[in-house]
Design a protein around this ligand. Structure first.
Ligand SMILES: Cc1cc2nc3c(=O)[nH]c(=O)nc-3n(C[C@H](O)[C@H](O)[C@H](O)COP(=O)(O)OP(=O)(O)OC[C@H]3O[C@@H](n4cnc5c(N)ncnc54)[C@H](O)[C@@H]3O)c2cc1C
Length: 392
């Protein structure tokens, strides 16, 4: 039987980041890291279907700190990964609009974000009208705007940089499906669809939207499930040039849009009672766009009265149904089973910090850089949500 010091299940951006940070950890040198991914084409993985947004406009300090860490990596990307490294980071900001009822919350969030070093400004409607003349400010009392450090990037490229660097440092990639986990107070190893078995000292669950299923193989409960989200691509012939340089804009209704070259991406998370069925990612709900997305777009940006959907795709959010925040750390009763799950639509930008955190826990037994104790599994056991107020 094969053996590994650490098995990471899932080779998306979170598993790849974890492999990378373990592989460069000096105290971990010479140990065997095995990353197991069932689909080398990553067809359904969230990473390749993500909108790739990076923002510091969160309400939870841990989430702000994790995104700031990713931003710091982007600032030094070529020093870290070499002269050719590129994740297509477009630093055009996030613009989060708030109604009069939402104003106190956004003001408090911006104060926290600024205190943590994020370059986010609180804007009044008059500032908005001046800075973004394409925007209708009706019903808007304030907005948070990331003046620098926010925007969007290509998560697939970042995942590939992590994986390439991890394999160069000795990580082994196995393309197979984990079908069983042998655990009796501790994880002993995994069973593979191909018939193999790999024993391990530690296991990291990086199975994205399927993390709940993977945890169940070890008899563990994790409230993470796939939730289908649609991204619509539309053309707007009348878009002024300034609109093509717009930030990722989030309407109080939850509808968001951003430019992507000469076209635009948009979407909205549905109400809990209207979650679409999961299963077929090729099935796109165009009625959802017509009824729930486009009317809000057109009301917020008059130029969007006349648009044409030219493409669309669906992907799974890795949703933590307890509180839409990540679960990072070991299981209290199976201490060598580590979770890096439940990012709920912000995992592309948090993968780096989560991967580093897991590497620190496995190597040193404690967080060394960002204290993510409040994101640990304990809150699942105690049913104590750590609410993030800025989920998009
Ligand atoms: C439409 C959409 C928009 C998004 N927008 C943003 C955004 O703007 N900003 C942001 O930060 N995040 C965003 N996200 C979320 C982000 O993409 C995810 O949180 C992140 O990609 C999760 O990465 P992951 O590596 O955990 O999961 P994945 O990329 O899904 O990888 C998990 C991998 O595990 C593998 N796997 C599962 N089970 C097994 C098994 N039993 N054996 C072997 N392999 C297994 C799967 O094949 C998969 O490749 C978005 C997601 C979607 C769908």
């Amino acid at each position: 039987m094969d053996t590994a010091d650490v098995i990471i299940v899932g080779g998306g951006i979170v598993g790849s980041a974890t492999a990378y940070f373990l592989s460069i950890e000096p105290a971990f040198a010479g140990r065997r890291i095995v990353l197991i991914e069932r689909d080398p084409g990553y067809r359904d993985a969230s990473t390749g279907r993500s909108a790739g947004g990076l923002r510091q406009q969160f309400s939870t300090p841990e989430n702000i700190a994790m995104s700031l860490f990713t931003l710091g990596m982007f600032r030094r990307l070529r020093t870290i990964f070499g002269a050719e490294a590129d994740v297509a980071f477009r630093e055009q900001g996030y613009l989060i609009l708030a109604t009069p009822e939402g104003q106190p919350l956004i003001a408090a969030n911006v104060t926290l974000q600024q205190a943590m070093g994020a370059d986010v400004a609180l804007m009044a409607p008059t500032d908005l009208a001046r800075a973004f003349p394409w925007l209708a400010t009706d019903g808007v009392a304030a907005a948070g705007f990331g003046q620098a450090g926010e925007g969007w990037f290509d998560p697939t490229s970042l995942a590939a940089l992590f994986r390439t660097a991890a394999t160069a440092a000795g990580t082994t990639i196995v393309n197979d499906r984990v079908t069983g986990i042998d655990a009796h107070g501790r994880v002993e190893g995994v069973r593979l669809a191909g018939g193999g078995r790999i024993a391990c000292r530690s296991l990291v669950n990086a199975a994205g939207p399927w993390a709940g299923e993977l945890a169940a193989l070890a008899g563990l409960r994790l409230p993470v499930e796939p939730r289908k989200r649609f991204v619509y691509v539309f053309d707007c012939r009348q878009a002024p040039e300034a609109l093509l340089r717009a930030p990722l804009t989030v309407d109080p209704s939850g509808v968001w849009f951003r430019p992507e070259g000469r076209v635009f991406l948009c979407g909205k998370s549905p109400a809990e009672s209207e979650e679409p069925p999961v299963g077929d990612l090729d099935a796109i709900d165009h009625a959802f766009f017509e009824q729930q997305v486009w009317p809000q777009l057109a009301a917020r940006v008059p130029a969007f009265e006349s648009i044409k959907v030219v493409n669309a795709w669906a992907g799974y959010y890795d949703t933590n149904t307890l509180d839409q925040n990540a679960v990072i750390g070991p299981h209290p009763e199976v201490p060598n089973f580590y979770f890096a799950n439940g990012f709920s639509g912000h995992g592309a930008q948090q993968a780096a910090a989560a991967g580093r955190a897991i590497a620190e826990l496995i190597t040193h037994g404690a967080f060394q850089s960002i204290d993510l104790t409040r994101l640990s599994y304990a809150r699942i056991v105690n049913n104590q949500p750590l609410a993030e107020r800025n989920v998009i």
